[in-house]
Ligand binder design. Structure first.
Ligand SMILES: Cc1cc2nc3c(=O)[nH]c(=O)nc-3n(C[C@H](O)[C@H](O)[C@H](O)COP(=O)(O)O)c2cc1C
Length: 211
């Protein structure tokens, strides 16, 4: 546990990356596996992660991110996107997939399907998209923690023009909307933020104990 706490203190939202230091292929694949293993409500995984490797596209993303240099300088860039249509079709596709994976008759999942559809019923698309977004942020937290314990630097970013990024990546036609960018790599030795004090509320201000 001590090592994990140390790793979480070591990590920070990296502002300046070492342009020359790249994450090796095997490590990056491991990070993607960790991301894919993230939990989500009902296991529905209403997300896609776009791995942007193209240099010119990374330049364009930098513009959409108000010039934040992490977007071009970090080793890897992932766009976290949600499915836009959170509806019964999404549930049906998932149920089909579960039946196939578990090698069971789909009728065994009728109750599960009805329960999920019931929980979506009567909710606005805006509300459901908010729900989908929560799942995406959980995956983001998972990735950030795995990065920390693996000695990989990262910066989660919401500071970008979402409509512009969606247009650049053609996300609308894929029924997707971007919510966050996470860049990964290694901190530059002269990133002043690395030495900054961790600003976190005190234990007594964040935990409420019910005895
Ligand atoms: C959802 C989210 C969006 C963020 N967006 C940005 C961003 O656009 N640019 C940036 O430099 N940092 C961004 N941050 C980093 C936060 O400012 C940072 O995590 C917070 O101040 C706590 O500091 P620490 O992560 O360094 O411990 C974001 C963090 C989160 C969780």
């Amino acid at each position: 546990m001590k090592n994990i706490i140390e790793a979480l203190k070591w990590r920070y939202a990296t502002k300046k990356f070492d342009i020359d230091k790249k994450i090796d292929g095997e490590t990056f694949e491991g990070l993607l596996d960790a991301l894919r293993l993230s939990p989500s409500s009902y296991g529905l995984q209403p997300w896609k992660f776009i791995i942007v490797k193209n240099k010119e596209m990374r330049e364009k993303i930098r513009e959409a991110a108000y010039g934040q240099s992490q977007t071009t300088d970090a080793s890897h860039l992932l766009v976290f996107a949600n499915k836009k249509n959170i509806d019964d079709n999404l549930i049906d596709e998932y149920i089909n997939f579960v039946a196939k994976e578990k090698n069971i008759d789909i009728s065994n999942l009728d109750g599960f399907s009805k329960m999920m559809k019931g929980s979506f019923k009567g909710r606005t698309m805006e509300d459901l998209r908010g729900w989908a977004s929560c799942q995406l942020y959980l995956a983001a937290g998972n990735l950030l923690t795995v990065c920390a314990i693996s000695g990989i630097d990262a910066c989660p970013m919401e500071g970008f023009d979402k409509a512009k990024l969606d247009e650049l990546l053609g996300l609308s036609s894929l029924d997707l909307e971007s919510k966050m960018i996470i860049v990964l790599g290694y901190r530059s030795v002269d990133d002043m933020d690395a030495a900054g004090k961790k600003i976190r509320f005190a234990k007594e201000d964040v935990f409420i104990e019910i005895n």
